[in-house]
Design a protein around this ligand. Sequence first.
Ligand code: SF4
Ligand code: SF4
Length: 330
Amino acid sequence: KTPRIKAPADAEGADENGMIEVVPDSGFFANSALNLAYRQGPELPTLKYGFPDSHFICFPYETRRTGIYTAGGIRRPMETAKAIDDAVGAAMKAIQCTEATAIGMAVHPRAGDMTYPEFNMKRCTQCKRCTEECPFGAINEDEKANPLPNPTRCRRCGVCMGACPERIISFKNYSVGMIGNMIKAVHVPEEDEEKPRVICLVCENDAYPAVDMAGIKRMKWSPYMRFIPMRCLGSLNLVWIADALSRGIDGILLMGCKHGDDYQCHFIKGSELAKTRLSKVSETLDRLALESDRVKFVEVGISDYDKIPGIINEFMEKIEEVGPNPYKGW
Ligand code: SF4
Ligand code: SF4
């Protein structure tokens, strides 16, 4: 049965007892006690059953609002003794956050990162993609829909960079051009060499450590695969796919975290957004008259290292079946 909570004073849809149904991502967490000034609304976003969103494996106290940590029965059902321990953990996280943000550093999961997204506002079209897609509500808008970044709320995920159709958002150490140059640096063998070339854009949080572990365990896979790590697949910009395929790269594999209610994405919605963006890649493939099998998204958990050779080899077999990219050598 869907749980109900006391509705905030200004909420629509409350029943005769003043209660409102909690739906996933409803934005309703309690009543309006927090009253946060965020584009996405005044409350903490919640998951199923009305508990605030949190990365249940790696960052248990975190919420989608940087600097707000939850503990005890607010976070999940637990006994009082456990809640006391939990409160200590949340308080430690809050102290860490205060110290890091005071000197311009990011908190989890990119702890220590000193860069921020920079916006070349001269070319902004006020499309609102960055403000809508930021998983942490770190970008507000002015009345003309210009993005107003809040650096202390930012987790440096790069989702805004991947979302921007004008490609005007970049970091000092991460940009559309930087990944584009890494793709350009990948050698593409000539067609008569009969060696396919496939690149894997791999999330550095879970998928890359899984690939690394598979390598440490000396597992074997196709030698024609090249890996390019990304902060989060949510920073995927479709221009990389178009550029890679038009250079003659035979296939592109995207490895990201699991999404859904029990998501493992370190930036909450990054891999889900990448999958949504990828659904639009068919336009690019149609324009280039290429097969949809050349681009594939897979979810990889950090403990899935033993599945890596199978995932790669299966994709390579598909690419062999589809044949060489006709843009090779252009
Ligand atoms: S880097 Fe991530 S958290 Fe920061 S503004 Fe962009 S989308 Fe939001
Ligand atoms: S996504 Fe890019 S173009 Fe759109 S509002 Fe944000 S900065 Fe401007």
